[in-house]
Write a protein that binds this ligand. Structure first.
Ligand code: ATP
Ligand code: MG
Length: 344
């Protein structure tokens, strides 16, 4: 059994996670999420990975762009190493049980819980009155995404930790209110050297799909020259690299680049610094670019190839949705029975 998913609870270990098809799949998504999804794929644990299109539309998405981004994200999942015969790959809107359970969770979660979410505050900004209701309710849908499969483990980046705590709170309150042990208390799996990849332009902001500056992120579809140029221009400080992780504490931009290197090389920050400590950024940046291109180029080439086979992608998504529905439907039915919905 995959060690990361061992559990002592009554629930069979099951892994779920999702990424929004909002375009610009980037290095942070890859290191914080996608690469971990691949690591968690195993023969004896069910893994479900979802393109969460219903989350994407909480902010405006052009319909053609959304269609394209969903297929491109599916291509990215497969190109990064997810095997559609081992993992269930599908898009959220095609399994109606997510939305059905989300409604029940809208009635379990409290307004105060939603208004406290950092992501709500960040994304709604100063103009909360004009944000969509979906953007506020998003974490209840996310809890439903996870709990409609009784998922026990959710690999995510650091920024999703608060939403997973809310998922646990919703499960606890539902179980308590109805006097059942129906939903598992899900474990976040936040691992690796780059659980929070920062913007290349600003070491205090996370790398994001929605950042208007393309130079802030490395997109999975960037070519080698673009990757090298973005790393060359990445914000740094004038000092040489330290030889121990402690020396990066007050240097967010330097720490970010070293974290990225360690995660791409599947090693630790200390091991990287043992090699590159004392080097200037003018020397380290080309080494980092070379590694990034070596790891990302095969993925972007394969993504481009898969995007030529749209029918095959659509077939994989349809088959994934029907397999997902088989797991979700009985769990939703049981939930309806618990809640007292006649006919369930
Ligand atoms: P958006 O800006 O539209 O919210 P995003 O870049 O945050 O996009 P999501 O689809 O919201 O991407 O997140 C998908 C997964 O990628 C989540 O598990 C999230 O924690 C992870 N992730 C997102 N950004 C980073 C990052 N900078 N570093 C590490 N993991 C990240
Ligand atoms: Mg996000």
């Amino acid at each position: 059994m995959n060690e990361a998913v061992q559990t002592s609870s009554q629930f069979t270990p099951r892994v779920f996670s999702g990424i929004q098809p909002s375009g610009n799949l980037h290095l942070g998504n890859y290191l914080g999420a996608l690469k971990r999804f691949v690591d968690m794929q195993s023969d004896d644990t069910e893994t479900l990975y979802c393109m969460v299109d219903m989350h994407a539309i909480t902010v405006w998405q052009d319909p053609d762009d959304l269609r394209h981004a969903t297929r491109e994200l599916c291509a990215g999942f497969i190109a990064a190493g997810l095997d559609p015969t081992k993992s269930i790959l599908f898009n959220q809107s095609q399994v109606a049980e997510h939305a059905q359970l989300a409604w029940i969770f809208n009635c379990v979660a409290r307004m105060g819980w939603m208004q406290r979410m950092t992501q709500w505050k960040d994304k709604a900004g100063k103009n909360q009155q004009n944000a969509s209701l979906g953007l506020l309710a998003y974490p209840a849908l996310m809890a439903a995404d996870i709990l409609v499969y009784h998922a026990t483990h959710v690999p995510v980046g650091e920024d999703q930790k608060q939403h997973l705590e809310l998922t646990r709170d919703i499960a606890i309150k539902f179980n308590h209110d109805y006097g059942v042990e129906h939903f598992p208390i899900t474990e976040p799996v936040i691992e690796g050297a780059a659980t929070r990849v920062m913007s290349l332009r600003d070491g205090s902001k996370k790398m994001s799909k929605s950042d208007p500056s393309d130079a802030s992120r490395i997109n999975m579809t960037d070519d080698a020259d673009t990757i090298a140029k973005k790393i060359r221009k990445a914000k740094t400080d004038p000092d040489a690299l330290p030889s121990e992780a402690k020396g990066l504490e007050e240097r967010p931009e330097a720490r970010n680049l070293v974290n990225i290197y360690a995660a791409l090389a599947d090693t630790t920050v200390d091991a990287v610094l043992a090699d590159v400590g004392g080097k200037q950024f003018s020397e380290f940046k080309p080494i980092l670019s070379e590694l990034a291109v070596e790891k990302l180029a095969p993925i972007s080439t394969e993504m481009a190839r898969l995007m030529q086979e749209k029918d095959e992608i659509d077939r994989i998504l349809a088959s994934g949705a029907s397999r997902a529905r088989e797991i979700a439907a009985p769990i939703l039915k049981k939930t309806y029975e618990i809640v007292g919905m006649v006919g369930a």
